[in-house]
Design a protein around this ligand. Structure first.
Ligand code: 13P
Ligand code: SF4
Length: 370
């Protein structure tokens, strides 16, 4: 179910206005008290792109892969209050036990990239790909996708990938089939396949609105079919930004996320997942200079926690991911206070059949990732 469908079903769950009037100190104290009362019955994971006001209460932070691994391992928590976006909470629901309840503090926290591939479009595309290529295509989906897309991939023998393990998963896919269909982020798919040696002229873009390829070569040469989706945050980093940084600071390292375009990744010095970016900055020498191309909440946190290094956003006009930002202290407190009263609100429940098929895709990934 995509975020719009979920919202239609849960429109009565609006945060009461009162939460907008409370002081930060009061809200922080209440969250602390509830966390203490619940102990290990409550678990709060948070993605690295979340705001500091939320991250301060996280029991674990991570990139998408780490959060999936953590969800699969945690069997103690009765309630998982997920500070991230909708597809991450769905993944957590799929990977946790049936008795565990996953809650998203604000149901409007979707992901525009995940919504760029819907299941009807994907089934239609698959029919055409089967007619064109026979049984030679394996579907892979970035975890930034709906549970229905993960289920489609799982039932067709494929797997999920994250930006941390995309290379490993694409290599595995080519041991299974001659070609891959990579959903829904064309940039992660293109960057990964290119690094593994697939030439750009063997990659075609699939346009789900025209049900056709955007490709100029001979159809039988296609090895990678890239779904025409992208991240609306990372597409705002450009080659021009890199040129500007290099002109002003010739000794600055450019470090970007692989959701950026091929051009941006190839012009940069380093590219990797949010965990890779964090580790790189942690290990960087004192005094080193970095222009980072990823979500702004994370870049700000890196600037604050590494005052001994010079860190800037690669795009000086960058904003945070708006949907990640919907999870804030008032929404976190609201959901926790409702839990404290015995009301489970904003629960993410993935349909059983979808969940078991999506689990196949997630399992194939988790079994291959450290
Ligand atoms: P990672 O957590 O895999 O780096 O992905 C970044 C992202 O865009 C999550 O929405
Ligand atoms: Fe989606 Fe991009 Fe926001 Fe991640 S950063 S949640 S991919 S829109």
């Amino acid at each position: 179910m995509n975020v719009l469908d979920t919202l239609k079903k849960t429109s009565h769950n609006q945060m009461p206005e009162i939460y907008k009037t409370l002081s930060v100190e009061r809200m922080e104290q209440r969250v602390k008290d509830i966390k203490e009362r619940f102990g290990t019955r409550l678990f709060i994971p948070a993605h690295h792109y979340q705001k500091d006001e939320v991250v301060q209460f996280a029991d674990a932070t991570g990139d998408s892969l780490q959060l999936a691994q953590i969800s699969a391992e945690n069997k103690d928590a009765e309630y998982v209050v997920f500070c991230g976006v909708h597809f991450m909470a769905e993944t957590a629901d799929i990977l946790t036990d049936e008795s565990q309840k996953v809650i998203l503090p604000d149901m409007r926290a979707g992901c525009s990239m995940a919504d760029m591939a819907d299941i009807e479009q994907t089934e239609r595309a698959w029919g055409i790909l089967e007619q064109t290529f026979g049984d030679t295509v394996l579907p892979l989906t970035y975890v930034n996708s709906t549970a229905a897309i993960k289920a489609f991939v799982g039932k067709n023998g494929g797997a999920t990938v994250t930006s941390s393990n995309a290379k490993e998963m694409v290599s595995w896919a080519f041991t299974q089939k001659q070609r891959i269909l990579f959903l829904p982020d064309q940039h992660l798919g293109r960057n990964t396949a290119y690094e593994l040696g697939v030439p750009l002229d063997q990659m075609a873009v699939w346009n789900p609105y025209t049900d056709s390829f955007e490709y100029e070569g001979a159809i039988e040469d296609i090895k990678v079919i890239l779904w025409k989706g992208h991240c609306s945050v990372h597409e705002n980093f450009t080659v021009k930004n890199i040129e500007q940084v290099r002109e002003e600071h010739p000794d600055m390292n450019v470090l970007v996320h692989p959701e950026c375009s091929r051009e941006v990744v190839s012009f940069s010095d380093y590219a990797g997942s949010t965990k890779y970016i964090i580790d790189m900055i942690d290990q960087a020498p004192i005094g080193s200079k970095w222009a980072i191309g990823t979500e702004m909440n994370l870049v700000k946190r890196l600037i604050d926690t590494h005052p001994d290094k010079q860190i800037v956003s690669l795009n000086p006009h960058m904003c945070p991911c708006l949907t990640m930002n919907r999870i804030d202290l008032p929404h976190l407190l609201w959901t926790l206070e409702e839990l404290d009263k015995g009301n489970v609100i904003n629960q993410i429940i993935v349909d059983k059949q979808i969940s078991s098929q999506a689990n196949l895709a997630l399992d194939r990934m988790l079994n291959r990732s450290i």
